[in-house]
Design a protein around this ligand. Structure first.
Ligand code: SF4
Length: 354
């Protein structure tokens, strides 16, 4: 988003990385029953205001979960707190393409549509290359000799990709980061588990919200693959495959039908479909992440016992909220990966694949 808006000539204020302070600001002012992403976002908006932001853009939404309400709620809470913020709610194109274009025009002012398209292309390419690096990172975490080496290279590469102003800079930053990652020393004589990470989009993509569960699983010896990567989601859900070729192996909704055959809001249906697909690919287990009270993921959670029974894949569900502690999560992940190792050693030949 930063790349997109800067390319359009707008001044962007990026709030600090989400932290305990961010969450605490959100928890203080949001309704207790609101989902975790709303609380963190509210904290982000307060911190951005402190840094001088005077307007924010928030996605709207349609569908059975509460997301569509959140932009309005955030606006009203900030107003009540006395923050003078301009705000713009960008409703999805499905609500009417003309309305959507009118809202975009309000943000971009007189900038031409050609420039908008170029900005979308460079922003999408940044997201795509970061996802490519993340896939390499996910392979390296369980194998690297000194834990954390690949993560340090990745964090550094985020800033070089951020600074890239055109495709040449971007390719150079990406190529350098990938080369560095490929030279990280690894120990290849160990059993690597394969774990699919599924669930609600925000907790899947924002490490702070999930207490860095993806990284922890990697350090516990698991090669993690997520059901959702940001660039894939942008291309397939916002641009219907217009920015790049769809990955037909990852059309997870299609796999959900025997278990759940309709949209339940958020990514509940994809969570089921991706778990079935991962089971078919021989993964050892699934970890489902969801903010506490997340309706679509609660629906998926109730269906998982059937997926486990028919596909022979264990599922660990972790609900996240402001009460979660690091140690509790670590213990559950350690126990889960230990059990998966034992299961692989004892039961593999008997495994049922749906
Ligand atoms: S998908 Fe879940 S966490 Fe996100 S807004 Fe909907 S209910 Fe809340």
């Amino acid at each position: 988003m930063k790349a997109l808006l800067e390319h359009l000539g707008l001044d962007v204020v990026v709030p600090p990385y989400s932290s305990k302070r961010t969450l605490s600001l959100g928890v203080q002012h949001a309704p207790e029953f609101a989902c975790l992403p709303l609380k963190i976002n509210l904290g982000n908006l307060i911190e951005a205001r402190e840094l001088g932001a005077d307007a924010f853009i928030m996605a709207g939404g349609v569908g059975p979960c509460r997301f569509g309400l959140y932009a309005q709620l955030e606006k009203e809470i900030l107003y009540d707190l006395g923050y003078t913020y301009e705000s713009l709610v960008l409703e999805p194109p499905d609500m009417g393409i003309l309305k959507f274009l009118k809202e975009v025009r309000q943000i971009i002012g007189t900038v031409s549509w050609w420039r908008v398209w170029q900005s979308v292309r460079i922003a999408y390419r940044k997201a795509y290359l970061i996802d490519e690096l993340e896939r390499v990172l996910q392979e390296l975490r369980p194998r690297e000799v000194v834990k954390g080496t690949a993560d340090r290279i990745f964090s550094f590469s985020l800033s070089t990709i951020d600074r890239a102003k055109n495709n040449d800079d971007l390719n150079e930053a990406f190529g350098l980061a990938k080369q560095k990652l490929l030279h990280v020393p690894t120990d290849d004589n160990q059993i690597i588990l394969k774990i699919g990470l599924v669930g609600e989009i925000y907790t899947l993509l924002e490490p702070f919200a999930s207490l860095e569960i993806e990284k922890k699983l990697g350090y516990l010896g698991a090669h993690v693959n997520r059901s959702l990567y940001l660039s894939e989601w942008i291309n397939e859900h916002l641009f219907h495959g217009f920015l790049g070729k769809k990955n037909m192996n990852r059309q997870f909704k299609d796999y959900s039908y025997p278990f759940l055959n309709h949209f339940v809001g958020g990514h509940g249906q994809e969570s089921i479909g991706a778990s079935v697909a991962f089971a078919k690919e021989g993964y050892d287990g699934i970890v489902q992440l969801a903010p506490l009270t997340c309706m679509p993921e609660i629906v998926a959670h109730t269906i998982f016992p059937k997926v486990t029974k028919e596909c022979g894949i264990p599922v660990l569900t972790i609900y996240l909220d402001e009460q979660m502690g690091q140690e509790g999560v670590n213990t559950r992940l350690e126990a889960f990966t230990d059990l998966l190792r034992k299961k692989r050693a004892l039961l593999d030949p008997l495994r049922t694949i749906c």
